[in-house]
Design a protein around this ligand. Structure first.
Ligand code: DON
Length: 582
């Protein structure tokens, strides 16, 4: 496995480069499609970050279940096999497309700030944000939404009983699974943080503190007990009873805020999806409290006015036009995006074609505008390090795109003792203080200030693409602030550059988020391209394979082709992802 992973990075670096080179030839001998092969199936497909979780979903499809049954099975299984981000103690967003009604539902099961949370929660005695508290304390945990979100989705849109859908997760936790290289590697890297918490130490490491080796049986008996309580009692099995008692006890012992009243008050919200168009494609995506959907539509609107195909994929003009667009979008994000139940988010103006034309008019193709000279629009026109994505299609044509998270890899690193699962640190997605960036470098203000009961602003962007009224793609990605630009590029690669979904996923990506004023580029951009970008005044990161910027996101996508073929595309950037189809 270690070798495979090394090869996959090499493949990105080498093939990314050669693909870009060949794509510029008039008659390419090697195309993207011949370099990157998607997984093929005819009936249904599940793509997730974990082999065991994709197979859990496939088991439901083969048993006659629909995409929601498979998604919920995958969601619970990821909580066992991919504890980096799969979770019971976090939250997320699920988009469901129901083929027979031609309707998309946006399910918001994002964490809520506990009742005791307040605006200055993370401000230390010196008046600055106490990062340690915002990142790693029990105060960083919002009230978890995952269990309620998954169960409500199943009850409303699934067809199989909860016990059947949760059976693979319970099996994986109780009987154990063979440790994967991906998880072994991740637990090795995270050991300093996880071993600081007695419960996490006992759940994820051997009694002597060593890491399970690839192939060794890894069991999680406390997690199995919790999963069984949920399978038996449904939502009450987590938000009430002994599991709730253990969550509250963990909070009380460690200075956390969540109490029984917060757990009982947790609500799943059904939001109206955001719709946009791009050159005849319809994009249906996640609305606030995700910022992703708004800004993907806003950026596609801006980009529709550029001859992107003429620029050439990943050419300097392409990277420049997208980077400039990204700066304006992230500037607006900092001012206008937050929980719509607490702040009036001007979605209509932000996604209007007219406002995007104003942004486009400001973009100089020869010269970058420094971020310091870009601010959020003063007035909008009147109304006219781990998360995880999985995508599913079933034989009926239904689709699910789901992104959920603990925020950081393994959340705040703290487990609920006796209940076997990790807690999120999603409260850091709030803006703890205007002008003080969060862990992803994102800025914010009033719209995203901490308030009791409020949901922190997210970048998670599960998304569907339609053409001629037919669904063609379900996609999404982890990556914090980079989620939005990752999903944008996967969509553009498919719609503008006609790539198959695996090529669209694998080719090198880049990212700009206004501040820091810098285009992050992955390995695979030529020296000429980088030089041309610098000549335009772009600051290009000098170490594309180092630091925290080795790779951008990890999209997990499914594409439906005319004729009934289904393409699945696990992202090669993070090890362990798997497409399971039949
Ligand atoms: O909701 C958000 O935008 C963040 N909590 C997501 C964090 C994330 O993607 C980390 N992953 N790599």
């Amino acid at each position: 496995m270690k070798i495979t992973n090394k090869i996959s990075f090499a493949v990105i670096a080498l093939f990314g480069l050669s693909a870009a080179t060949f794509a510029q030839d008039a008659a390419p001998l090697i195309t993207y499609d011949s370099l990157y092969h998607p997984t093929l199936a005819r009936n249904g497909m599940v793509v997730s970050q974990s082999y065991y979780a994709s197979e859990a979903g496939l088991e439901m499809l083969k048993a006659g279940g629909n995409a929601v049954d498979a998604a919920v099975a995958t969601g619970f299984a990821l909580a066992v096999s991919h504890p980096q981000a799969g979770n019971l103690g976090g939250g997320g967003f699920m988009m469901v497309y129901l083929k027979d009604q031609d309707k998309t539902i946006a399910i918001d099961y994002r964490e809520m700030a506990p009742a005791k949370a307040h605006r200055d929660l993370f401000i230390g005695p010196d008046g600055n944000v106490d990062k340690k508290m915002a990142f790693f304390s029990l105060k960083s945990s919002g009230t978890p939404g995952t269990v309620k979100g998954l169960i409500e989705a199943l009850e409303k849109y699934g067809t199989l009983p909860l016990a059947q859908v949760m059976a693979p997760a319970i099996r994986l936790a109780e009987e154990g699974f063979k440790m994967t290289w991906a998880l072994q590697d991740s637990l090795t890297r995270a050991q300093d943080r996880l071993k600081g918490n007695a419960a996490s130490r006992s759940y994820y490491y051997k009694p002597d503190g060593s890491v399970y080796e690839e192939g060794e049986l890894f069991r999680q008996p406390d997690l199995a007990k919790t999963l069984k309580a949920i399978a038996g009692k449904g939502i009450a099995g987590f938000y009430e009873g002994w599991v709730a008692d253990k969550i509250v006890a963990t909070m009380q012992q460690g200075g956390g805020l969540i109490d029984h009243a917060d757990l009982k008050a947790y609500k799943v919200k059904y939001r109206t999806p955001i719709e946009g168009s791009f050159r005849g494609y319809k994009i249906v995506t996640m609305p606030p409290p995700s910022s992703g959907g708004v800004h993907i539509i806003q950026m596609l609107n801006v980009l529709e006015g550029f001859d992107l195909k003429g620029f050439g994929h990943n050419s300097a003009d392409y990277v420049h036009s997208l980077s400039e667009t990204m700066k304006y979008a992230y500037a607006d994000r900092s001012k206008y995006l937050g929980d719509p139940d607490y702040f009036d988010v001007p979605v209509g103006p932000l996604i209007s074609k007219g406002y995007s034309a104003d942004i486009r008019a400001k973009i100089d193709m020869a010269k970058a505008t420094p971020s310091t000279e870009i601010s959020p629009a003063a007035k909008l026109p009147e109304e006219s390090h781990d998360t995880t994505q999985f995508s599913v299609v079933d034989r009926f044509g239904n689709m699910v795109a789901n992104t959920y998270t603990l925020n950081f890899t393994y959340g705040n690193g703290k487990s609920v003792a006796g209940a076997g699962f990790l807690l999120n640190n999603e409260m850091d997605d709030f803006s703890a203080k205007p002008g003080s960036p969060n862990a992803f470098g994102l800025l914010g203000g009033e719209a995203n200030a901490i308030e009791a009961g409020k949901r922190p602003l997210s970048s998670m962007t599960p998304t569907f693409v339609f053409k001629d009224g037919k669904p063609i793609m379900a996609t999404g990605s982890p990556g914090g602030s980079r989620i939005i630009t990752t999903v944008l590029q996967v969509i553009l690669n498919v719609t503008e550059f006609d790539m198959n979904v695996q090529a669209a996923t694998s080719v090198p990506r880049f990212h700009h988020q206004w501040f820091p004023d810098r285009v992050f580029v992955e390995a695979g951009f030529s020296v000429d391209t980088r030089r041309a970008l610098v000549a335009k005044g772009q600051v290009v990161n000098s170490e594309p394979t180092g630091g925290d910027i080795r790779v951008l996101g990890a999209a997990q996508s499914v594409m439906l082709l005319p004729g009934g073929m289904i393409h699945g595309a696990p992202d090669p950037r993070r090890p362990g992802a798997h497409a399971a189809g039949y």
